[in-house]
Design a protein around this ligand. Structure first.
Ligand code: F6R
Length: 603
């Protein structure tokens, strides 16, 4: 989704802006642009497509001495991905970049047009710069004009504005979309819609809150909220830029699949003791008054939640339901205060999930976030957070985030089981042993990867894929199908195996590829007969199982694990690599698949 960067200082501005945008590329975008202000001269460049197009356009340009600039990667919402619609948007003497959606832009645009303003783009963003210039002409005070502009906007926004009327400042505002401002030891100022853009540059940062606005110059950061000055609460920016690079892998997604062993070790660190699960994040009265759980999430995070809803009911014996956040928001849901509301999100910024969380909070529910990004909007709003500790995930198709979400909630399930006395000490101990083994289970062996790579060439055509599984392996089937369709653009569905005969089996023929998840520890005989039914209709079967299966056209043999979750994690890796290798053979952009964004901050 859209990314924002900004800089004030003496270093070469274009390079700093483009470097920052490159760190945000993984979020997905379809055009990019920058504007640089030196004294009273503004230069702006825009290009559709990848950042390299912008770099080509700016190759003959470099700033000299003190100046400031703003940059943006746009993922089209209002108006097509064209150069005119790309940010920064200009007025007569100012430029603006914006993430989010201005909900009242149509009425504002009409008013401005009636006053003679000409709009160049189809975006909601352009109203911001024209409003600012109109108020500046009325008030003759850039800050007062910006403040009034912000007060006029409705909706979600993170905004940076530069203007020749005040050429040494960047004006900023945040409401509903993330924005961070920071500085380095020299006092140079940096902005980013994520701290990834600022790693290695800013040394201390402020995570702006909704309703914050202000301006920065070399004299420092002036922060306001509700027309009053607000104290700055700076935090050190820690993080390692190198870790965000590909480390020799072909794609970030591949690197992230291989990283799962390491990050899962981080996820369990300090939380899995010899005989118990411990979460320092949860206080002892965490469960007071809780009778059931509602999980809410989108996409991959929904799939991890669905898998863990089986665990919550089976292990902790707590009634659990799950909803897709975009549906939950508008169904006029009934909520009761004895429900723990759990939201799951890799980014912590997904608009639908965030709104669902706000609804639950407004209804007085206790809330918990399972999230990968500390200080994200979802984390800041939730009463409790369990961080998944996956590290920066750059591949748009989520892999290690899913793995760490499942692990975190498996531990949470056992933590609740301890508290509710629904499992014996021996049973908990057996789970702990299984958890400790998972980082080994997900290590990718060379011969497994090679086998999947070879198999992948047989799955590049056909009229679709069915990933099927039962119980915990149904959500894994959903996730396997989602991964494949995201990066291969082939049609894939996840189905509960027992549902096939209720309709989907009508599609079965030799050109229908079935990826059958056949663990030995959960309902093996049942899934086997479902797969036999498909085989009888000539569907092409790729079986993934520790047990030989004669009717399979292709077979990936898994280990004879004694715990269903070990089988779950092993099959998860196989489906991830299968999607990766099919996508590679089809020549697709694995890390930045078409039409997708990493962080979906609009509904
Ligand atoms: C799929 C994927 C998406 C996200 C979804 C929710 O690979 O990444 O389906 O899971 O957009 O995003 P988060 O988890 O950031 O809330």
């Amino acid at each position: 989704m859209c990314g924002i960067v900004g800089y004030i200082g003496k270093d070469e501005i274009k390079n700093i802006l483009v470097d920052g945008l490159r760190e945000l590329e993984y979020r997905g975008y379809d055009s990019a642009g920058i504007a640089v202000l030196e004294k009273d001269n503004i230069q702006s460049f825009k290009a559709i497509g990848k950042l390299k197009n912008l770099e080509e356009k700016t190759s003959n340009y470099a700033s000299k001495g003190f100046g400031l600039g703003i940059g943006h990667t746009r993922w089209a919402t209002h108006g097509k991905p064209t150069e005119l619609n790309a940010h920064p948007h200009l007025g007569e003497f100012s430029y603006v970049v914006h993430n989010g959606i201005i909900e009242n832009y149509q009425e504002l645009k009409k008013e401005l047009q009636a006053e003679g303003v000409t709009f160049l783009s189809q975006t909601d963003t352009e109203v911001i710069v024209h409003l600012f210039e109109k108020f500046y002409k009325e008030l003759n005070d850039p800050f007062a004009a910006f403040e009034k502009t912000v007060e006029t906007l409705e909706g979600a926004y993170a905004v940076l504005l530069i203007t020749k009327a005040d050429p040494e400042k960047i004006y900023f505002a945040k409401n509903g979309s993330p924005m961070i401002v920071g500085n380095d030891a020299k006092g140079d100022i940096y902005f980013g819609s994520s701290d990834a853009a600022m790693l290695g540059k800013a040394t201390e940062v402020i995570y702006l809150a909704d309703g914050d606005y202000g301006y920065t110059s070399m004299e420092g950061i002036s922060l306001y909220h509700d027309r009053k000055t607000k104290a700055l609460s700076k935090r050190p920016l820690v993080g390692d830029k190198v870790s965000a690079q590909k480390n020799g892998f072909r794609f970030f997604m591949e690197k992230e699949i291989y990283e799962q062993s390491e990050v899962l070790s981080d996820t369990i660190m300090g939380r899995v003791l010899d005989n118990e699960i411990k979460f320092d994040e949860l206080d002892t009265n965490f469960f007071d008054g809780i009778n059931d759980i509602k999980i809410c999430a989108c996409g991959t995070s929904y799939n991890s939640g669905l898998a863990c809803s089986y665990l919550f009911e089976r292990q902790a014996k707590i009634k659990t339901s799950i909803e897709i956040a975009s549906e939950f928001r508008y169904k006029e849901p009934l909520m009761s205060k004895d429900t723990l509301f759990v939201v799951i999100s890799q980014s912590g910024e997904t608009a639908d999930t965030l709104e669902a969380l706000k609804m639950a909070k407004a209804a007085g529910l206790k809330t918990m976030a399972i999230c990968n990004v500390d200080n994200s909007s979802i984390v800041r709003l939730s009463d409790y957070t369990l961080l998944t500790r996956a590290g920066i995930e750059k591949g748009v198709a989520s892999t290690k985030a899913f793995a760490t979400q499942v692990m975190t909630m498996w531990m949470l399930s056992l933590y609740m089981a301890q508290h509710r006395n629904t499992m014996s000490q021996e049973e908990i101990k057996a789970e702990i042993d299984a958890i400790r083994h998972i980082p080994t289970t997900v290590m990718v062996e060379d011969n497994l990867h090679e086998k999947i790579k070879r198999l992948s060439k047989r799955y590049l055509h056909g009229h679709g894929f069915f990933f099927i599984g039962r119980d915990l392996f149904f959500p894994l089937a959903l996730e396997g199908a989602l991964k494949l369709k995201e990066i291969s653009y082939l049609h894939a569905e996840g189905y509960p195996a027992g549902e096939m005969k209720h309709g989907p089996i009508a599609l079965a023929d030799s050109e229908l590829f079935t990826i059958a998840l056949m663990p030995k520890n959960i309902h093996y005989d049942k899934i086997k007969s479902n797969v036999e039914e498909l085989s009888a209709r000539d569907a092409t079967i790729l079986a993934i199982s520790p047990l030989e299966f004669d009717l399979a056209d292709d077979f990936i043999k898994t280990k004879h694990a004694e715990h269903p979750m070990s089988e779950f994690f092993e099959m998860m890796v196989i489906t991830q690599i299968l999607a990766l290798e099919i996508s590679v053979r089809l020549g697709n952009d694995v890390d930045m698949p078409r039409n997708l964004a990493k962080s979906v901050t609009v509904e």
